[in-house]
Design a protein around this ligand. Structure first.
Ligand code: 3HC
Length: 510
């Protein structure tokens, strides 16, 4: 991270002094800088001369006194308060009195660091995101002691680097990590409980929620030890069970499986590329005959998708005789059950009967029919998207979920599997994260623009959580959260009052 930040500053035409703890670490830092800028040269994003200029702006040293003339110092040492305090004591000694001292801490309290220095008014947090040269967000953290001028100077410097500064107060996880890590940890818990596999969860979040990486690939990028530290710090403040580090994470850290940096985390990183790409379906196999039952936007979108994929679409119970797959797309559970019961009576033997709701257990709908073994959940997190989550129940007959996945594949959908649990994968992971964002907004820690910027610019999300809530529908968010709460009785899943209030008032968050 230190090397990444040094590169960002040097790319912004600033003279940089990079300090490392010893000569070996200094060489590793130099290697990082050369590889990162070298990659940009190879991609044609930087000339060799440009690379040389950037590297020439960085002086590497193991001597703290070389920082004597710096206007700003950014500390990026490991996340141990005793170590940070020692580093800041040294910086306090060698740096000019008017120099601003910043910590890139992702989990410790900036105030805790500030109070042990002789210049608490000049201590800020500057939190970069991984990979620092790519991600556009920098969170600038002011403590209750920081003078406004120090914050303004750092925010202006960040803007001058072509990044976006979001200035916020000193709370564990700040904005982005506070929202990101509840989700990452919940994904690890989902894996731990056997709800879905690593690959299915990663694929679901990329294909179903449009994220640049799935949670396990991202934890491997961040470093599992860092993830654990952040969760411990956030949990110490929030006391929210969703932040209590999952055993799936802790076990790997104890075993030294730290992610990309150690070559093995949730994935093995052997340079062979990500193994989680969805399998291609056979284009030669004819598209299936599909019954799409129900009225409303979901039914319309599913019928349109099946039609575009070349499938023959039937829309009434009387026409279901030759269907390979019948998809119930009713607008509420009761209507869905009635449609499913009718479909079970008229569909041919061997047809798969699919339930689309992720808020009513599939098993409840299946048991209402005379053929529960043929029923699976088939959830489309985005009605017009390309991901289908397939859930088998405890009574789904062997091979039925495989047939459902094959049929969905022939309709051009990417499929993932999970157990019959509220929210399947995507909704179960995204709505609690969106609820956290609404709670943060409700608590006044950050505004809607800052929250949305944190997730789009810091974590590469296609849109921010407040915009997502308004797009997906606050009533849908509350329905999914209530289903998750009913299933787990975990208070962390209960809809935050701001959401419930906006639903009652029929008003979007913005
Ligand atoms: N260092 C420097 N540059 C890198 C890089 C790295 N490690 N990895 C990728 N890049 C650059 C590439 O050179 C490329 O640049 P170009 O567009 O100028 O040619 C660009 O990033 C895109 O790279 P790729 O095409 O190889 O790969 P992707 O398109 O898959 O993007 C990604 C990779 C940018 C990492 C993207 O997957 C992403 O945005 N992932 C989410 C990352 C994220 O969430 N970060 C925040 C984590 S939380 C955090 O850091 C806080 C801390 O406290 C833990």
């Amino acid at each position: 991270m230190g090397a990444g930040i040094a590169e960002v500053l040097a790319r912004g035409d600033l003279a940089v002094v990079g300090i490392e703890v010893n000569a070996d670490a200094l060489e590793r830092g130099r290697g990082h800088l050369e590889r990162s800028t070298g990659r940009a040269v190879k991609r044609g994003r930087l000339t060799e001369e440009g690379q040389r200029e950037i590297l020439d702006r960085i002086t590497l040293s193991v001597d703290f006194t070389d920082l004597g003339e710096c206007d700003l110092v950014i500390e990026a040492v490991p996340e141990r308060l005793d170590l940070k305090r020692r580093v800041f004591a040294e910086l306090d000694r060698v740096c000019r009195d008017d120099a601003v001292l910043a910590s890139n801490t992702s989990s410790l309290s900036v105030t805790d660091i500030a109070v042990t220095t002789g210049r608490p008014t000049k201590i800020v947090g500057v939190h970069f995101f991984n990979p620092a040269p790519v991600m556009k967000l920098v969170e600038v953290i002011r403590t209750v002691l920081t003078e406004p001028e120090a914050v303004e100077r750092v925010a202006a410097l960040v803007d001058g680097l072509g990044k976006t500064a979001v200035t916020i107060g000193d709370r564990a996880g700040f904005v982005a990590n506070r929202l990101l890590f509840g989700y990452l940890n919940q994904a690890a818990t989902m894996l731990e409980s056997g709800h879905a596999t690593r690959d299915d969860i990663d694929t679901a979040m990329k294909a179903g929620a449009g994220l640049p990486m799935g949670p396990f690939a991202l934890m491997d990028l961040i470093g599992l030890d860092t993830c654990l530290e952040i969760l411990e710090a956030v949990h110490a403040e929030s006391r929210d069970r969703r932040h209590a580090p999952s055993p799936a994470l802790r076990e790997r850290v104890t075993a030294g499986l730290l992610g990309r940096k150690s070559g093995h985390g949730f994935y093995v990183h052997d340079g062979q590329g990500s193994p989680d790409e969805p399998a291609e379906h056979d284009a030669e196999t004819p598209a299936p005959i599909v019954g799409v039952l129900g009225t409303g936007p979901l039914a319309d979108a599913v019928a349109a998708h099946c039609g575009r994929a070349g499938g023959q679409v039937r829309t009434t119970a009387a026409e279901l005789g030759d269907c390979d797959l019948v998809i119930e797309c009713a607008q509420d559970a009761e209507a869905g059950r009635a449609l499913l019961v009718a479909a079970a009576e008229s569909a041919k033997e061997g047809a798969v009967l699919a339930v689309t709701s992720a808020t009513v257990p599939v098993i409840e709908q299946a048991m209402a029919t005379g053929r529960p073994g043929d029923v699976v959940g088939l959830h489309l997190p985005e009605a017009d998207g390309t991901l289908a989550e397939i859930a088998a129940t405890v009574v789904t007959a062997p091979g039925v979920a495989d047939r459902a996945a094959a049929l969905a594949g022939r309709l051009g959908l990417t499929t993932v599997r999970c157990r019959d649990r509220a929210g399947f994968i995507v909704d179960a992971l995204r709505f609690p994260y969106l609820n956290d964002a609404a709670a943060m907004l409700g608590a006044g820690y950050a505004g809607a623009d800052a929250i949305d910027a944190a997730m789009t610019l810091g974590c590469g999300y296609p849109s921010g959580p407040i915009a997502d809530l308004d797009r997906l529908g606050l009533d849908r968010a509350v329905t999914v959260l209530r289903a998750l709460y009913a299933e787990t009785r975990d208070p962390a899943f209960a809809p935050t009052p701001l959401l419930a209030e906006h639903v009652t008032a029929a008003r979007p968050l913005r």
